[in-house]
Design a protein around this ligand. Structure first.
Ligand code: ZN
Length: 338
């Protein structure tokens, strides 16, 4: 089959690779209904994260099961499934505690920017729908696999609840999904920090009540002004730089919570400052598997349309252009048809 392979920074090729095969009895092979490019794929694309040798890209996926290993019990060929980008058994103590992204058997999905993909630990990783979904729901269901699940985790980890004041730092795809999640979880006020008009518009569509375009100290001052000097109950950090992290911490009220899902690159914390600041923090790779049944249900019942986050649609054969468009911020997120 032909699939996306990254050979080095800014070098993504659509080329011949081996068809995926069942390697373990707990594996499944799926035929992708669609796939996409993640903001985190841009770290190696920009040379900011090393790769050893050509890498089969892609970790967001949904599709139809075509084959399962002999130990797979909960999914069968012909079923439509959505899975998390974190592979998990869903039975170990961490999984049962709701942290499937720290599963003792954790692996990270790869090779999903392709027509077919192998999903390890299929029983613990995949969630099947009762029926085959209609084609117009595929982008929404695909989003659940990572970008929506990660935004949802940011809101969950930031302890967003009914009546909360939430701030979302970052207007990338994950930040926008964080806005949607905060809305669904009942936040009364959702302040999106964004400087880009198209993203501001989308943030409002997903439920933002206010937009702050200032950054850094000015951004923090605006948030303080808007909250009578108190700060926000919940802050979703969806970038992963020192500036965004500092901004997130300083926007949070004492006793408030920061959910951070932007993979930190070069971020450090000052222990004594954190001690006196009295903020709670929870981050990490999102345990998407915990949220998947609920997210799939919200999509199928029409409560949410997370697929709106895809603003560029290309055939998989043009995957290189999909990366370029996101790198140059011409696109928020690229969906690839297979
Ligand atoms: Zn586990």
């Amino acid at each position: 089959m032909l699939a996306a392979v990254m050979h080095g920074p800014r070098d993504v090729r659509f080329e011949q690779v081996d068809d995926p095969k069942i390697l373990k009895p707990t594996d499944a092979i799926i035929k992708l209904s669609a796939t996409c490019i993640c903001g985190s794929d841009l770290w190696p694309y920009r040379g900011l994260q090393p790769i050893d040798g050509p890498a089969h890209m892609g970790h967001e996926y949904c599709g139809v099961v075509v084959e399962v290993g002999r130990e797979v019990k909960t999914v069968r060929p012909g079923q439509f499934v959505v899975g998390s980008f974190c592979i998990s058994d869903n039975t170990c103590p961490h999984c049962r505690f709701g942290f499937q992204s720290s599963c003792v058997q954790r692996e990270f999905m790869s090779g999903a920017q392709a027509p077919y993909a192998r999903v390890p630990l299929a029983d613990g990783t995949l969630v099947a729908t009762a029926e085959l979904p209609s084609a117009d729901l595929i982008p929404d269901l695909l989003a659940a696999s990572d970008v929506l699940g990660t935004g949802w985790y940011a809101a969950d980890a930031a302890n967003v609840r009914e009546g909360s004041i939430a701030v979302v730092v970052g207007d990338g795809a994950v930040g926008l999904m964080g806005v949607l999640a905060a809305r669904q979880l009942g936040a009364e006020r959702i302040i999106a920090m964004s400087r880009h008009e198209t993203r501001q518009r989308l943030a409002r569509e997903f439920g933002a009540t206010d937009i702050v375009s200032e950054r850094g100290e000015d951004g923090v001052a605006r948030i303080k002004d808007m909250t009578r000097g108190v700060g926000a109950d919940s802050v979703l950090e969806c970038v992963g730089t020192q500036q965004s992290m500092t901004q997130a911490i300083e926007c949070t009220r004492p006793g408030g919570t920061i959910g951070y899902v932007g993979v930190p690159h070069g971020v450090t914390f000052d222990g004594q400052a954190m001690f006196f600041a009295q903020r709670r923090m929870l981050g990490g790779p999102a345990p998407v598997r915990r949220f998947l049944p609920d997210l799939i249900d919200r999509v199928l019942t029409g409560k949410i349309k997370p697929g709106k986050v895809f603003d560029l649609k290309l055939p998989l054969s043009e995957v290189a252009e999909g990366y370029r468009a996101m790198d140059e911020r011409r696109a928020i997120k690229t969906i690839l048809t297979v």
